[in-house]
Design a protein around this ligand. Structure first.
Ligand SMILES: C[S@@+](CC[C@H](N)C(=O)[O-])C[C@H]1O[C@@H](n2cnc3c(N)ncnc32)[C@H](O)[C@@H]1O
Length: 246
C-alpha cells in the first residue's frame, strides 16, 4: 500500500522516464508554453518543481541556470550529471530565501495535497520581482476527466488528481504573488504515427497492462486527435498561471 504520491511516483518514474526518452519531442509545446512568460529574461536561476527527469533543461537558453527539484529518487538518479538536482518535496526545498529568479512547475501540482504550502514555498524561494509560471491540467477539461477516469481505472497505482481551477489564482495571491495571467492553453502532443501515441501513452500514464491500440482508442474517445501533415496531435490542454512575487 502506498501512502503518498511521492511513493507512488517512485514506482512509476521508470515508465514515465522511458516514455519521455522514447518520444523526446512529443511534449515540446508544453515545455515551450511554460517558458514563454520568461522568454525575454536573458539570465537567471530557474527552479523546476517538480522536475521529473529534468526535461525542461533542454528548452532553456544560455544564461539560464537550471535547478531540478523532485521527491522521486528514480528521477534524481536518472538526471544527466551537469544539472543541479535536489531530492526534496516541493513544499520543503532546501534552498535559501530569495535565492531563485524563476519558478517553473509543469504537470506536477495536481499531485499536491496542499497548494497553499507549495505556493508559500515558491514565494519564499523567489526574490522579490521574481516570476512563477505554473502549468497543469485544469479541472473540468477532457485531460482531467481522462486522468481521473480512464487512467485511474487502468493504472495499477491509480490516479487521483486535484486539478487547477478558479480558486488557484486566489491561493497564489494569498501566498504573496500578483497574478499576471491565468488562462487555458492548447499544447498538443505531437507524434510521428499512432503506434508512437500508444507506446507513449501506456508508459507515461503507467497503463502497461493495456496494449498500444487500446490506449490510442481511449485517448481518441476522451481527448481527441487532429492530424496535421499526417501526424497525430493529441488535443492536450493546460491551465497556465503566471504569478509575480510581490
Ligand atoms: C507528471 S510528472 C511531471 C514532471 C515534469 N515536470 C514533466 O512535466 O514531465 C509529476 C511529478 O510529480 C512528482 N511528485 C511526486 N510527489 C509529489 C508531490 N507530493 N508533490 C508534487 N510533486 C510530486 C513526481 O516525482 C513527478 O516527477
Amino acid at each position: 500500500m502506498f501512502s503518498t504520491y511521492a511513493e507512488i511516483f517512485e514506482k512509476r518514474a521508470g515508465e514515465y522516464h522511458h516514455a519521455m526518452k522514447a518520444s523526446p519531442n512529443a511534449r515540446d509545446n508544453e515545455f515551450l508554453a511554460v517558458l514563454e512568460p520568461i522568454r525575454d529574461a536573458p539570465s537567471g536561476i530557474v527552479c523546476d518543481m517538480p522536475s521529473g527527469g529534468g526535461y525542461l533543461a533542454d528548452y532553456l537558453w544560455a544564461g539560464m541556470t537550471y535547478v531540478a527539484i523532485d521527491p522521486a529518487t528514480d528521477f534524481i538518479v536518472e538526471l544527466p550529471k551537469p544539472l543541479r538536482r535536489i531530492e526534496a518535496e516541493i513544499a520543503n526545498v532546501p534552498l535559501p530565501d530569495g535565492s531563485v529568479d524563476f519558478v517553473v512547475s509543469l504537470a506536477g501540482l495536481h499531485h499536491e495535497t496542499s497548494l497553499p504550502r507549495v505556493f508559500g514555498e515558491m514565494r519564499r524561494l523567489l526574490r522579490s520581482g521574481g516570476r512563477a509560471v505554473l502549468a497543469d491540467v485544469a479541472a473540468d477539461t477532457p485531460p482531467a476527466r481522462f486522468l481521473n477516469g480512464f487512467v485511474a481505472e487502468n493504472c495499477p497505482l491509480g490516479h487521483d488528481g486535484r486539478f487547477l481551477d478558479d480558486q488557484t489564482a486566489a491561493a497564489l495571491e494569498a501566498a504573496g504573488f500578483s497574478v499576471a495571467d491565468d488562462r487555458l492553453i492548447d499544447v498538443p502532443w505531437v507524434f510521428d504515427d499512432v503506434e508512437e501515441v500508444g507506446e507513449f501513452g501506456r508508459h507515461l500514464f503507467g497503463m502497461t497492462t493495456l496494449n498500444p491500440a487500446e490506449t490510442v482508442q481511449a485517448m481518441e474517445r476522451e481527448i481527441g486527435f487532429d492530424f496535421k501533415g499526417g501526424r497525430p496531435q493529441l488535443r492536450w490542454i493546460l491551465r497556465r498561471i503566471v504569478a509575480d512575487a510581490r
